[in-house]
Design a protein. Structure first.
Length: 176
């Protein structure tokens, strides 16, 4: 099982990216999580370029298509999904990479519910299979733990492991 992880933050010390890195560590045996590093390299979405997408977009589409599921963690800016995340999703809204694919959504801040809801609405509109038990909020606001400490913290690892198990179950159901 191959999970493509997308962080909606380009920030080096992003809590959302760290949440995805912890998810990678607690993923069940037989599941690999690949953190996509190039969302910021995607050009701005332009519908005039559909059917002749730039190389960065083709690579993103290829990685999505080859994944069994997608795991997204994104912060909220001005009550919305980050520009980099929305841009990435816009590039694939008209293609089939998300169609029927199991998707989990993580949130590192309780107060980021506007983006949380908007992101789930967008994913559902894209005909993805949003897995409720793989969608969770683990509030890291004010977090002082290092990434290594987060990987050992049960209040973080336990719910993440359960979400990854749910994603794995959804992959098996989708494949059958």
């Amino acid at each position: 099982m191959h999970i493509l992880a997308l962080s909606g933050s380009l920030r080096k010390a992003s809590l959302n990216t760290q949440l995805l890195q912890v998810a990678k560590e607690v993923a069940p045996k037989g599941m690999t999580v690949h953190l996509y590093q190039s969302l910021g390299a995607l050009p701005l979405f332009n519908p005039d370029l559909e059917d002749r997408e730039p190389a960065q977009v083709l690579d993103f589409q290829k990685q999505l298509a080859s994944s069994d599921a997608v795991l997204i963690a994104s912060p909220e800016y001005a009550h919305g999904v980050t520009g980099v995340m929305k841009n990435a999703l816009d590039w694939v809204v008209g293609s089939s990479e998300f169609s029927g694919k199991p998707v989990g959504v993580l949130n590192a801040a309780e107060r980021a519910y506007h983006a949380w809801n908007a992101l789930q609405e967008t994913i559902t509109t894209m005909d993805a299979n949003l897995i409720p038990s793989a969608c969770l909020i683990i509030s890291l606001t004010g977090n002082t733990l290092t990434l290594e400490e987060m990987k050992q913290e049960p209040r973080i690892t336990s719910p993440l492991n359960e979400a990854m198990e749910a994603l794995g179950h959804a992959i098996k159901v989708t494949a059958s």
